[in-house]
Design a binder for this molecule. Sequence first.
Ligand code: ZN
Length: 231
Amino acid sequence: MEKSKGKPNGKKPAPEEKKLYLEPEYTKSRITDFEFKELVMLPREIDLNEWLASNTTTFFHHINLQYSTISEFCTGESCQTMAVCNTQYYWYDERGKKIKCTAPQYVDFVMSSVQKLVTDEDVFPTKYGKEFPNSFESLVKKICKYLFHVLAHIYSSHFKETLALELHGHLNTLYTHFILFIREFNLVDPKETTIMDDLTEVLCSSSGSSSNGSGNGSSNSAGAQNHVKER
Ligand SMILES: [Zn+2]
């Protein structure tokens, strides 16, 4: 592939700019061909909330790390708004007030608020016998929505830098794993993720189309507790 499509410096992108991250030679890149669809399913012996908590925390750390690899390129100048393709996201403060911010500020808001939640013993209890709060699921959904925005921003605005660092295989793997996880437990409204459907289709259908036929049709995740898996 030619590396000089669309200058990043100052020129506004053409409306029909090609999405580099959809190029087959890049979407093929993964660090593993593991069957993520099975990996995300609730294991028989594990409590649903425990499973959601541990996966959400892990995704938070991995997405934070992936973003940190390109964070020096994600500045108030290069990314004046939190944009994904042609959509702009705004942060809402604790009172619900809309805040206009740059992408790095937005990501900072996301990461610091998620950090606060996952380390809050009342929200993500780690001590034996401590219960999850009633609001747990809605908080997990919120976290996943914001983490999705961060991943989508890396693709739409920093894929070139990710490629230059040769970390696109990691990004694709992380994205695939994350999308299959949020789908499995209906954690993010599909309308929210539509913006990346073109990529999701390429990445997740190739990874998820296991032909062994032993699955129980888990593409519809309505009954997370019914995932009794025969081995
Ligand atoms: Zn950025």
